[in-house]
Design a protein around this ligand. Structure first.
Ligand code: ATP
Length: 455
């Protein structure tokens, strides 16, 4: 058991995810396929929670943003016009000695193929080529003919699917700028040169992007608004403030079309890294697609004035959010004379909201009551019924998957129809009437929550 002051390592999170069925290496029985993962039961539940919390704050709780789910394979012209075919590249170097490839602008994060492992270029044998540009888009063929005309791409971002639908949505959504289109529509694909660090850099990941269309003279104000709004979203979900920071890009770092970009950085076990990007993309995308398609992607005011809206974009992947939440929540501790691993996740993020545990599974009275309570609660929340093994072990299993509350049916339940509720972080216990558990849980889930690990 690690001392709580020992820095968390990525390996610890990888091993918890595997042990508890959050995430498995993909294609494992065939030796895996680099940096691709399959999400198990608790991983799927956690991802669903993150997705719906994002949609809730972006769409459900606002008047000005609508949802979209665009296709993964778009007309390849989209990617020519957006600049991705020519420019969605990272600089790559090869090492002629160890035959590995590295991203030239991230050498400090890479390991060369020699033992002991060093940074590429550090050992005297390293023989790095000059950097050359490598396009990150995955190509595929559409239709039965595999010639140049059938080449298409798996989308490397969801944003372009939003821009090309601007006119459809603007005509039908009965909204005027400032308004947004949000999309959580499945996977995004990037043939990353050096994927790695578990869920941080994947070749397929689930992006959530929102494009917010604003009058040009309001762009800077809205850009700042979205940087604050997105930062607050994480803090409201209990991410520790000391692990989150905003880093504004310097002028030389900005994309050619962007007049401002900020990264929300999280302190992962690999150091401070981009969790989410918020960019002021100006009118670049709508103008490009207007010029190339001949369809005017612009806004016309009632008095006939026309303009091309500017776009503010918060973009993030569910995978990087999940990794940040897991790292933030993980704690090994000794309670009394027992050791435990606990995931102090925000209850709304936690994959299972409550466990229902009969103290003695063989006791018919306890078993029947526990089962009935479970069947009542599962109509409204993801809950688990666990009757196997000693109660202490069952609690510890729930602690490791981050279940905020456990309701235990015991001897006293048989005489007074109350249960014990145990709180995951404080381990506090209280008794509740069994008939009031559902309302109690609804109320507990609606409360503000702060990480017990916050400074
Ligand atoms: P990086 O500099 O880390 O390569 P980026 O600046 O290219 O990232 P964006 O194009 O801004 O990333 O993508 C928006 C968001 O999508 C990122 O903030 C991150 O949350 C997520 N993302 C990007 N690439 C990956 C990846 N390979 N694996 C997981 N998530 C990713």
């Amino acid at each position: 058991m690690a001392d709580p002051t020992t820095p968390l390592t990525m390996d610890t999170i990888v091993s918890l995810c595997r042990r508890r069925g959050f995430v498995f290496p993909s294609s494992e029985i065939y030796g895996g396929i680099g940096s691709t993962y399959d999400y198990g039961h608790y991983g799927v539940l956690t991802k669903n929670n993150i997705r719906s919390l994002w949609l809730r704050s972006m769409v459900q709780e606002r008047d000005d943003i609508v949802a979209l789910d665009s296709a993964i394979i778009l007309n390849p012209r989209v990617w020519e016009v957006s600049g991705h075919v020519a420019g969605f590249t990272d600089p790559m170097v090869d090492c002629k000695f160890c035959k590995l490839r590295f991203r030239a602008d991230r050498l400090e994060d890479a390991h060369c193929g020699q033992k002991p492992s060093r940074r590429p270029g550090e050992a005297s044998d390293c023989d790095l080529t000059e950097p050359r540009q490598f396009n990150l888009m995955f190509e595929t063929q559409v239709g039965a003919l595999a010639d140049g005309s059938s080449t298409a791409y798996l989308r490397p971002e969801t944003a372009q699917g939003i821009f090309i639908n601007f006119k459809n949505v603007a005509q039908l959504a009965r909204r005027k700028p400032p308004f947004g289109i949000a999309q959580v529509g499945g996977k995004t694909f990037r043939n990353e040169i050096t994927p790695g660090n578990f869920l941080f850099r994947l070749r397929e990941f689930e992006q959530m992007e929102m494009e917010y269309f604003v009058p040009p003279d309001e762009a800077d104000e809205w850009y700042r608004y979205w940087v604050d709004a997105r930062r607050n979203w994480y803090l409201d979900l209990g991410l520790r403030e000391e692990n989150l920071r905003v880093r504004e890009h310097a002028a030389e770092e900005l994309s050619h079309y962007s007049s401002g970009t900020s990264d929300l950085e999280y302190q992962y076990p690999i150091g401070w890294q981009e969790l989410e990007g918020i960019a002021n993309r100006g009118d670049y995308d709508l103008t490009q697609h207007t010029n190339a398609s001949g369809t005017k992607l612009e806004w016309v005011e009632q008095d006939g004035t026309r303009y091309t809206p500017h776009v503010i974009e918060p973009a993030v992947s569910i995978d990087r959010i999940m990794l940040a939440f897991l790292c933030d929540a993980y704690r090994e501790e000794v309670v009394g004379d027992r050791e435990r691993v606990v995931l102090s996740l925000h209850p709304l993020v936690a994959p299972v909201k409550a466990a229902i545990l009969p103290l003695i599974a063989k006791d018919d009275g306890m078993a029947t009551r526990a089962r009935a309570l479970y069947e009542e609660l599962r109509r409204f929340h993801v809950v688990e019924h666990d009757e196997g093994g000693q109660i202490g072990r069952r609690y510890r299993r729930q602690d490791e998957i981050g279940t905020p509350w456990a309701f235990t049916v015991d001897e006293q339940t048989l005489s007074d129809e109350t249960v014990t509720v145990r709180e995951r972080d404080s381990l506090a216990q209280e008794r509740l009437p069994i008939s009031g558990v559902r309302a109690w849980l609804d109320d507990a889930l609606a409360q503000d929550w702060r990480s017990p690990h916050s400074r």
